[in-house]
Design a protein around this ligand. Structure first.
Ligand code: SF4
Length: 673
């Protein structure tokens, strides 16, 4: 690839895929085959064309979805259409793990080999696939399989995802995966068994109980473009047959009026954020409204933007993505910026290994996120919201697309939301397999059609974010918390949890537990109480809190309170809510090596401490994976030095935290002693 366009021509399929997104080219300057008289008189392009660069990532998806990889001719054509130098287009295409710029079969199977899946036998699945289909990356019988970082399906580990390109791209999730089921999905993804309902990922709801919606086949998904029955249609959605109209079975119990740190058990009483999972039909806007949907937005319009920000601030809501920044402060800072337009970005790129709570929320209660984003847009003065969804979540994508379309058709999005004169709409942007795009400024670059590399701060996103304009970025779980705040009021919301960690928190429990899944607990419950719900192993070796960027906790530390301040005081972190449980069969050095490999792979390479440090960290862990004591001491000293450099001098959180888990394993678990 070069700064100049090459000789490669797009195939008809590639041209059709790009034109379906951008419309037919208007001139030869934009990629039309023949030059006409007008083209010879003046050149088209300039600022207007360059502003369409934000369509580069959707364009790459269009090519990859249609053909399975991105050829030089296809990329040249897309770049010409968007006035992007082909070298830059190539740089973006090669940034993402889900794209390929070399020929490969139309079907690609991603087999998760990350921590939770490794604890549940992914190595065996890979070995069997290698035996049956050949080595990873080698094309055979129309499909290729490859190891993958976390697919966000940890409650059903080990997991695999088959994606087939074509005119109608198909995706099939196989979890729990066996080599046979993976091979079947690779040969016929449209015939793969349907995924279980999202509620099965929430053991507290009693997922096998009457609330569980029926399963469907993957090819006839329950949320396909089925018209939403209007309020007078006279038929209740199948999934909600057990509920009476307007009697909200999800209503919180009376006891929630007191400060509450009690742990909700199976049956769903006491759940707040998960209360509609398995109860509401995720495809039906009416069912969502029957279960309390859009009451929060109605109250927001009553309060006005400043009133909403005041409620969120007084509720003490802090970001759930890991940084724990006060949401009210972020919204106020965005709202008061004189520069316009303002943007809202929902960070749904949850890629921290072991995290899957946002997926469950989006699959099980998609309208809640749409409503919460609308409230956030109203409060911050944004009329456009981008929902940046990780590329490995095909069911969440379908459900959110359906929900957005239906909300728009019924006036809950668009020029005049709920007849209140407020304009707001949401656009979904698919990620393409880059962990770093979960960093708030990397998301901006990704949406803008650049490599998803984090930006230096300041300026902060509230001043100069997406397209250089004031932007509020919030995680899915953070946004969904706004609904109970507005419905119950800030004071009632803040009575749950502790003084500085208010409300409830979602935890993604995976690994060697009896009941892996998403759990909702009031802040202040202990790690031990959470593990009791999930069924801990008899011989617990360690718990990784906060994911790859978090830290290990010993079995004698289970009384650590699950709050931001409690975990900080205990020398660990809540992070995004990962709780990976490891029993004593775990090969700890291999787990550390996998974490190091993950960071080396996911580093964007922009700054030296992280780019070089993550490689040195992995090399040192390789050298000592079978060593202990004095034999490992030299490399442990090196690891400490490299870790300090990464923590002190990296631009973003990836490099700053890449040494956390390894350090805690050495210091708390006595790894290599
Ligand atoms: S710390 Fe790592 S991921 Fe972050 S900007 Fe630097 S190289 Fe990129």
């Amino acid at each position: 690839m070069d700064l100049r366009f090459g000789a490669g021509k797009p195939t008809d399929a590639e041209r059709a895929a790009v034109d379906a997104l951008l419309g037919p080219p208007e001139s030869a300057w934009e990629g039309a085959d023949d030059r006409n008289d007008t083209d010879l008189r003046w050149a088209r392009g300039g600022r207007e064309a360059r502003e369409r660069r934000e369509l580069l990532l959707p364009g790459l998806h269009a090519l990859n979805d249609r053909v399975g990889w991105i050829s030089e001719g296809g990329l040249d054509y897309l770049c010409r259409r968007l006035t992007v130098p082909p070298a830059e287009g190539y740089g973006v295409a090669t940034f993402y793990a889900m794209f390929a710029v070399k020929p490969r079969p139309a079907t690609v199977v991603h087999v998760c080999t990350d921590l939770a899946c490794a604890a549940r036998g992914s190595a065996r699945v890979c070995a069997e696939l290698e035996r049956d289909l050949g080595p990873a990356g080698s094309a055979g019988s129309g499909a290729v399989w490859q190891p993958s970082p976390c697919l966000g399906l940890c409650e059903r580990a080990p997991a695999a995802l088959a994606i087939r390109a074509g005119e109608t791209p198909q995706a099939a999730v196989v979890a729990p995966a066996t080599a046979e089921a993976v091979a079947d999905a690779a040969s016929a993804p449209h015939d793969a068994p349907a995924e279980p309902p999202a509620a099965t990922a929430v053991p507290q709801t009693g997922a096998d109980g009457p609330c569980s919606p029926p399963a469907t086949r993957a090819g006839t998904d329950d949320d396909a473009a089925v018209p939403d029955p209007g309020p007078d249609a006279g038929q209740r959605p199948e999934n909600s047959a057990h509920t009476e109209p307007h009697a909200d079975p999800c209503a919180r119990p009376e006891s929630s009026a007191r400060r509450d740190t009690s742990v909700p058990l199976a049956g769903g009483n006491g759940l707040v954020l998960l209360r509609r999972i398995g109860v509401v039909d995720p495809g039906s806007l009416d069912d969502y409204r029957t279960h309390g949907g859009y009451a929060a937005l109605r109250r927001a319009f009553t309060l006005g933007p400043a009133g909403v920000i005041r409620e969120v601030t007084e509720a003490g809501l802090v970001g759930r993505g890991g940084a724990a920044f006060p949401t009210g402060r972020k919204w106020a800072a965005t709202a008061q910026q004189p520069d316009h337009p303002h943007y809202l970005v929902c960070n749904a790129d949850e890629s921290e290994p072991g995290t899957f709570k946002d997926r469950v929320l989006m699959e099980g209660d998609p309208y809640a996120l749409i409503e919460a984003m609308t409230i956030a847009g109203y409060a911050t003065g944004a009329h456009r919201g981008y929902l940046y969804l990780r590329g490995e979540y095909p069911r969440a994508l379908r459900r959110l697309r359906t929900a957005i379309d239906r909300a728009r058709a019924r006036g809950f999005l668009g020029e005049d939301v709920m007849g209140q004169g407020f304009a707001f709409d949401i656009e979904i942007r698919r990620g393409a397999g880059a962990y770093i795009c979960g960093e708030e400024t990397a998301i901006f670059n990704s949406i803008e059609g650049r490599r998803g590399e984090p930006r230096s701060k300041p300026p902060f996103p509230v001043e100069k974010g997406l397209f250089g304009k004031p932007t509020a970025v919030n995680n899915v779980e953070t946004l969904v918390n706004v609904l109970p705040i507005l419905i119950e009021g800030a004071q009632a919301y803040a009575r749950t949890g502790t003084g500085t960690s208010t409300g409830t928190k979602l935890f993604c429990v995976s690994g060697t537990v009896a009941r892996p899944g998403v759990y909702e607990l009031p802040f202040g419950a202990s790690l031990g109480e959470l593990l009791e719900l999930a069924g801990p192993p008899e011989t617990l070796r360690a718990v990784l809190l906060g994911g790859a960027a978090g830290g290990f906790v010993r079995p004698d530390e289970l009384d650590v309170p699950l709050t931001f301040e409690g975990t900080r005081a205990a020398g660990t972190t809540l992070g995004s809510g990962v709780v990976l449980v490891l029993d004593d069969s775990v090969d700890l050095p291999r787990v550390l090596l996998r974490i190091a490999e993950f960071f080396r792979d996911e580093s964007c390479g922009q700054c030296v401490p992280c780019r070089v440090g993550t490689v040195r960290q992995e090399e040192a862990l390789h050298r000592i994976k079978d060593l202990t004591g004095a034999a490992a001491a030299g490399d442990i000293a090196l690891l400490r030095e490299v870790g300090r450099a990464m923590r002190d001098a990296s631009i973003c959180g990836l490099g700053q935290t890449a040494w956390n888990a390894v350090e805690s394993a050495i210091d708390r678990l006595g790894a290599f002693e």
